[in-house]
Design a binder for this molecule. Structure first.
Ligand code: AMP
Ligand code: MG
Length: 400
């Protein structure tokens, strides 16, 4: 059976092969957070645009400075002021953080290292040329790339775009991720279930996971475990950029997702991965679209989305798939799991001098409440039957 790493690689390589560049749209920079840049953004001028003082103090000629030197202060410069007076030998101009260095000056001495008496400034030390000055163009050359196409825009990136005058940015359109749950027992979450029915929580978690990746979830509701109902709903799902189904992929008599996908001439790439939860997970290509059949148990659905759907959504968004963000932590309790499978256990991660991880008591992959109390998944490799307290383990810290 495939390892989860092999399965992820298959998703990534198949997606890369079918991927065409997404369409683009122009959005205000403030609305672009989390989106993928579809253009290179160039600097409109040098940064900083002038030799910038990064301290409050006096702009000086470094050669004039030594402990006990006295300089004649001939003016003042605030951030935004146009420097016009030249600093001649033996003079200085008071300068504030963010102001442009005046002509003649080549350094700034901090106010804390001076004493002022009327127009006379006494220094308590020397400064070097360029000290407390960020030279013009040293952060960024004009007309050169600040942000490259394919970058995901976080708060720092949209601030950089704003700084260089990109008030509107061209980003890739959000991929549309169709979400279809299956199951005769599944009812809308906003209704009162019958005694043996359950509310559709998978469509909620899947929509939230897609939205967290800045994709657009398209909720198709729930299909009954009847060929005809699935047959009728799948074509709508194939109009989106990807279709994600939940449930109906195990070996039960009413697990119809794979057989119905076959009727649509889907090519199954895999239908089992050596993980728990989430072993019966389907990845197929159907009419040029990626289709995921995730197991219906709510924790399996969440975990398999993160492992396999997430890299696909990244690629469909126009960026490289993000790596799994493993961290190491010290296990606090003995663990014993079935070998041969990689286990992803809901757990709590505490950050301190050393990260510590504690698995939660849970009733297995249907235990969505335990999952809601976890802040990470503890990864038990397939070659380990038991792990002792104090051992270091790998953890996927996420809001999962
Ligand atoms: P299945 O994968 O269809 O065999 O479903 C496995 C388990 O997950 C069953 O206990 C289902 O009731 C439950 N389940 C299936 N679909 C959903 C859903 N949309 N929301 C919550 N639980 C579900
Ligand atoms: Mg089912």
């Amino acid at each position: 059976m495939l390892s989860y790493q092999q399965a992820r690689e298959m998703v990534i390589s198949r997606l890369a092969a079918i991927m065409r560049e997404p369409r683009t749209e122009s959005v205000p920079v403030l609305a672009a957070q989390g989106r993928i840049l579809a253009e290179d953004i160039l600097a409109d001028r040098e940064y900083p645009p002038f030799d910038r003082s990064i301290r409050d103090g006096y702009s000086v000629r470094a050669a004039d400075t030594h402990p006990g030197a006295t300089l004649h202060c001939i003016g003042e410069l605030k951030a935004g002021d146009t420097p016009s007076t030249t600093v001649q030998s033996g003079t200085c101009i008071q300068i504030m953080t963010g102001a442009a260095l005046p002509p003649g000056a080549d350094a700034v001495i901090m106010i804390e290292h001076t004493q002022r008496n009327a127009d006379t400034v006494t220094l308590d030390r020397a400064v070097q040329p360029r000290q407390h000055v960020v030279p013009q163009g040293s952060e960024q050359a004009a007309n050169k790339t600040v942000l490259t196409k394919g970058t995901r825009l976080g708060f720092a990136q949209i601030a950089a775009a704003a700084q260089v005058g990109a008030a509107q940015v061209i980003v890739f359109r959000k991929p549309r991720i169709a979400i279809l749950s299956t199951g005769d027992e599944v009812v809308d979450y906003a209704t009162i279930p019958g005694p043996f029915q359950i509310r559709n929580s998978n469509s909620v978690s899947l929509a939230a996971q897609a939205a967290a990746l800045h994709a657009e979830p398209v909720l198709l509701g729930n299909a009954k475990d009847i060929h005809d109902d699935l047959r009728e709903k799948i074509p709508t799902g194939l109009q989106a950029d990807a279709l994600v189904l939940s449930g109906g992929v195990s070996a039960g008599k009413y697990d119809l997702v794979e057989p119905v996908l076959k009727e649509f001439k889907a090519e199954t790439i895999f239908d089992a991965v050596a993980i728990r939860p989430g072993k019966p997970v389907v990845f197929a290509l159907c009419q040029g679209k990626p289709v995921f059949g995730l197991p219906g148990n709510p924790v399996s659905t969440m975990v398999t989305f993160e492992l396999f759907v997430r890299p696909a959504v990244d690629i469909l968004s126009g960026t490289d798939p993000s790596r799994l963000p493993f961290v190491e932590a010290v296990l606090t309790q003995r663990l014993s799991e079935k070998p041969g499978l990689t286990h992803f256990l809901p757990a709590t991660l505490e950050y301190g001098d050393q990260a510590r991880v504690t698995p939660l008591t849970w009733q297995g992959s249907g235990d969505i409440i335990a999952m809601s109390r976890a802040n990470c998944l503890l990864v038990v490799p397939p070659d380990r039957e038991t792990i002792e307290p104090g051992e270091r383990v790998r953890v996927l810290p996420r809001g999962l």
